[in-house]
Design a binder for this molecule. Structure first.
Ligand SMILES: [Zn+2]
Length: 89
């Protein structure tokens, strides 16, 4: 039963999902393993998810201090998306 679990491969969509869980810090040990395993086999995810992670991290460190200080100066979600898009292109 255990072996079956570990042989289970996740798809790219799931990998992306796990990646955001990882960023949120809600990922389990098993999920982390599955994500790593997927990244080993899938170069596409390795490239895109790593970029995605770096950008997410960058945006968080940029805006989190402001957001936690005062809820009045929250950056709209749309603005974040715009910035993210510009960083990717
Ligand atoms: Zn993939």
């Amino acid at each position: 039963m255990m072996e079956r679990d570990f042989l289970f491969l996740i798809n790219c969509r799931k990998a992306r999902e796990l990646c955001s869980k990882k960023l949120d810090g809600t990922i389990t040990h098993k999920e982390r393993f599955l994500l790593r395993f997927h990244l080993l086999l899938c170069s596409l995810c390795r490239n895109t998810l790593c970029q995605f992670q770096a950008i997410q991290k960058g945006i968080r460190t940029l805006f989190e201090p402001y957001e936690s200080e005062s809820s009045d100066i929250k950056l709209p979600e749309e603005a974040k998306v715009q910035i993210k898009r510009q960083l990717i292109e």
